[in-house]
Design a protein around this ligand. Structure first.
Ligand code: SF4
Length: 380
């Protein structure tokens, strides 16, 4: 059939129902099919990278979730596999040798200028957040340690929670951590993870994104912690980033929560997106690490530990990745350059503002439902 396809005239092809394009005809050739497969793999990889980048885009139109090294590592693995189909033995040997991890950059050579109105903006966000309960407040990674009694297990459970949180909503992470703790005997410790079967860990965390890979990472990390760090979480960002599946955001948050060390800002997709929407980076940053270094260069150091939860909660409720609620945001009146007007939303839940019995100095606590899916229509 392939020989017939290759030689058939357009008229004959049409008669036989083979009115495929030239490229489709060529695709049936076995040799070319292999090349197409490679091409298809490359496209799939690119799509993953694009998804990752879109998730970090400050004005993204897709639902973005926390992601750090997992997708990058997955992509690297896939790419390596693809390359190995054609790479020379020498190149394969080079690729398989371990690469030395680069130290995490701590500061910019030239500090980023301080945004003119940042304090006013920051205080307004803080005020809005004081009246809004966001998922991060009750189910964030810092909650994991509350169920543990020893400092080592508290630190380890925070680290595991952070590892599970990439590409995953806080609610799902919180449930997975609870299930994992039950699955390993009631306490989330290095020894308990090492003693547990991978299948038990996988079953407990199977609702989080990339759970298979995270299962391996948690097992491997526990082994490294036992062998190199006396079964405790290390105290430096470089040591933390040497663990599989741990990137700078997780490392800085683990140090803040676990060791009370304020050595850097945990920048996730919310912090990255919102600070870009606010115009705090000139030029706009493309990567969370650029965002972190900019912020660290001018934001007062005493605010570094709190800005993550502040902006994550703001991003979960008001300045959402898709269809931000600018009409409900106090920054839309000239303080935010990205404020959108005339945005109509279809199919999204309305803001649910329920006055609870708890009150704060700045007013009653308000609960806001966070939508899973929204359709957005823009009139302008
Ligand atoms: S005005 Fe809109 S884009 Fe700007 S911070 Fe508020 S919700 Fe986000």
């Amino acid at each position: 059939m392939s020989a017939l396809k290759r030689s058939a005239s357009p008229a004959l092809e049409s008669h036989l129902g083979l009115n495929a394009s030239r490229s489709e005809v060529q695709y049936t050739h076995p040799a070319v099919r292999r090349s197409k497969r490679l091409k298809a793999t490359t496209v799939a990889i690119k799509t993953k990278e694009e998804d990752y980048d879109e998730g970090l885009s400050p004005l993204t139109t897709s639902e973005s979730t926390d992601e750090e090294v997992v997708v990058k590592k997955k992509t690297t693995v896939s790419r390596t596999r693809t390359t190995r189909q054609t790479a020379s033995p020498a190149k394969q040997r080079r690729e398989s040798s371990p690469r030395k991890a680069k130290p995490i950059q701590q500061a910019l050579d030239v500090p980023h200028p301080t945004p003119a109105n940042w304090r006013e903006v920051y205080d307004k966000i803080k005020d809005m957040r004081s009246r809004i309960a966001a998922p991060v407040d009750t189910m964030g990674c810092h909650r994991a340690q509350l169920e543990e009694t020893t400092p080592e297990n508290q630190r380890f459970s925070t680290l595991v929670s952070l590892m599970l949180s990439s590409q995953t909503k806080d609610e799902t992470t919180f449930t997975a951590v609870t299930k994992l703790r039950e699955a390993v005997g009631g306490s989330l410790s290095v020894d308990a993870i090492l003693a547990a079967d991978e299948s038990a860990i996988g079953n407990a965390i199977c609702k989080v994104g990339f759970w298979r890979r995270k299962t391996q990472y948690i097992k491997q990390a526990a082994q490294i912690l036992r062998d190199k760090f006396n079964s405790d979480v290390p105290k430096t960002v470089d040591e933390l980033c040497s663990l599989p599946g741990v990137g700078p955001k997780m490392a800085f948050l683990a140090l803040q929560d676990g060791w009370k060390l304020n050595v850097g800002i945990g920048v996730d997709v919310h912090v990255h997106r919102i600070t870009n929407r606010l115009g705090w980076h000139k030029p706009a940053t493309a990567k969370p690490e650029e965002t972190r270094l900019n912020l660290q260069s001018w934001l007062p150091i005493e605010l570094h530990p709190e800005i993550n939860a502040l902006l994550v909660g703001f991003g979960q409720t008001i300045c959402t990745p898709v269809g931000p609620r600018c009409s409900d945001c106090e920054l839309s009146n000239g303080l935010c350059p990205s404020a959108r007007r005339n945005v109509k939303t279809k199919g999204r839940k309305a803001l649910i503002a329920t006055t609870s019995t708890a009150t704060t100095a700045s007013g009653p606590k308000i609960e806001i439902a966070v939508e899973a899916e929204v359709k957005v229509e823009e009139n302008s």
